[in-house]
Every structure is written in structure tokens, then in C-alpha cells.
Design a protein around this ligand. Sequence first.
Ligand code: SF4
Length: 318
Amino acid sequence: MQTSVSTALLRLLKNQKYHLVGQHSAVKRCRWLYESLVHNRPCYKQKFYGIRSHQCVQMTPSVLYCNMRCRFCWRIQSGDVAFKWDETGPSRWDDPETIVEACIEAQTDILSGYKANPKVDKKTLREASTPRHAAISLTGEPTLYPRLGELIKSFHKRGFTTFLVSNGTLPDVLTQLDTEPTQLYVSLCAYDKQTFTKTCRPQIPNAWERLTKTLSLLSSFKCPTVIRLTLVRHVNLSHPEQYARLLSKAHPTYVEPKAYMHVGASQLRLSYENMPSHQEIRDFAVTVARETGYNLLDEAPESRVVLLSDLDQPLKLA
Ligand code: SF4
């Protein structure tokens, strides 16, 4: 990890169970990996899309870097704690092959902790030792990594599928990816520019215009696309009709209205009270579905998320 980032900050990330990889990447055990191994309870992405939770690596090539400072983000942001750093990126970027290899090793390390656990199903653990999916989503903005297309390709070369989650503020990076992910997520966390500015606190000029440009280009992707709405009570959980207008223009394969979760560093900026119930998300999703003509295909109350699409059923990716 680069020396300009203080060792105290790196220690904090390690205490939060981030497995740091190279200069700027990380893997973290997803809650659903644990649930899947110990309680046979997979995550909603398995239910919706067939992505097997116990074979999923949750990683980021940009653990400390982003061009926004969303209030609901679980990432530690510069100034949240005693440390400040340049969030635009590290002084040097690692090679994609090295990152992928190190992420797989980190996942092996994570899994080694389960070998002695009598509650873990041995067959599931054996399968988990061959990960098949990379969620490029853990934290930070992955489009800041200048070799993102190569990173995706490196995962695909090893038989992985990939979900890429972006804040959509770098449309040129997304449209110029030499390899598309298996599924592309773009976050839309506001129904207009003013709400966007207050909720996402962009650190670059014209971020809203850049995001809406990405939305207008979404239908040019060959892979399935998802617009994720992270909804925070008293912040951006309102005006479903305005969200619906933006969604209708973008015409993604799916829309995932999802509740903000009061976890990680977001607890420094928001209160428990800001976390919507599943019923609130469902009611919101029903209005969005009515306004867009999308179908309500599925839902996962434990993750407070609903799946909308103009398809009759989701495409299974694995
Ligand atoms: S865009 Fe993503 S990583 Fe960046 S601050 Fe917002 S939620 Fe966090």
C-alpha cells in the first residue's frame, strides 16, 4: 500500500477486516459468504441472478479513492476520522493480473478460517475454494483504476463472472472499456441535481451531468445493466415519479431499489433512523414500477431490496 497513506489508516482498514491487496485494492469477506457457508442462506444476488454467494469475491481496485463522498457510503472518507488523504488516486497503479491473483489469494486466506468450523458444510466449503464470481464493488470508485477493462478480462480469463458497480460519473471510462463486465451496475442516488449534490457530495465538476450522460448511454452496453437506487429515509427516498422519468430514459435491464444500511463509516454521517424498512422500499418500488411499466420480479426483505425489470424473469448468469 502506498506510503503517502498513513500506517494508522491502513491499520484501521485492517481492523475493519479489509484484506489489503497491493497499493490500492482490497478484498473483504461479505456477510453473505459467512451466511452461505454457516447457515446456507445466500445473498439476494444468488436469488435474483444465480450468482453463488459462497463463490463470490467481494473486491475493489480503489479501496480509498472516489470522486464523490456519498453520505450513505460505508467507506471511510478523507476527514471522517483523524486522517486526510488525496482521494483522487494513488501515485502508482498496480498491474491487473497481480491484483486478480492477490485477490484470489486473499479469498483463500478468508476461507481458511472456516476449515475448523463444524457448522460449515464441507461440500459448500470445497466449492468456495474455487471462486467463480468477482463483485467489483466493495468500496471506492472502480472507474478511477485506469486498467479496469484489463482487470475484468483477467477475471474472465480465469472463468469468473464479474459485476461492476460504478457511480457513473466517468461515462467515457465505462463506454471505452475494452472488456465489458458480465453485468454493469450504475448507482442513481437522487431524483434531481440538488438532491444529488446534497446526498452524494461530488468532488468533481458536472458530476450530475456526467451521471446523466452515463444513463443515456446505458442501452449501448451488450451486457445486462442495473440501476441501483440506494434509498435513505429523509434524504433521497421520495419523488419516485422523478426517479421513474430518469429510469425510463436510461432503460436498464433491471432496477434495484435498495435500502441504505446503517453500517461502516456511514454511521458517522447518518443515524439508524435513516434506514428505510423493506415495506418502504417495496412501496417506493411499486410506484416506480407503475410509472416505468417495469415488472416487480422479486424481492429480498432481509436485504431490503426489490428487483424490477421489463423482462418477465431475470437472466440467470451462472
Ligand atoms: S460513489 Fe460509492 S464509493 Fe464513492 S462515496 Fe459514493 S457510495 Fe462511496
